[in-house]
Design a protein around this ligand. Structure first.
Ligand SMILES: [Zn+2]
Ligand SMILES: [Zn+2]
Length: 100
């Protein structure tokens, strides 16, 4: 999928701020929004898979999948949450749950 213009791209530096953690840990953080498959590649997660957590909506994805997706699309693949610098809600307290 080709982006229409450069405005649609999300800065990889911003993407890298989203925490990466094991899937089973991520599921503890997002209780009630359990995500069992990656919405980008549609593969099921294993408990020990490393996932990247989108902190503003609680969805998780394979790091490689979401990195590429966000770089091209700038929206959450599940809810189509639109990322904008001003709407970026990175929650640093998530990291206190353990190694990201
Ligand atoms: Zn994936
Ligand atoms: Zn989402």
């Amino acid at each position: 999928m080709e982006p229409r213009n450069n405005e649609a791209r999300l800065d990889p530096a911003i993407i890298s701020l989203f925490p990466m953690l094991r899937h089973h840990k991520a599921m503890k953080l997002v209780e009630g929004r359990r995500v069992t498959e990656c919405a980008v590649c549609l593969m099921d997660f294993a408990d020990n898979d490393i996932v990247r957590l989108l902190t503003m909506c609680g969805h998780v994805f394979h790091p490689d999948c979401i990195n590429l997706w966000l770089f091209l699309n700038k929206i959450c693949p599940v809810w189509h949450f639109i990322f904008a610098a001003t709407a970026f809600l990175y929650d640093t307290h998530l990291c206190s749950f353990g190694p990201c």
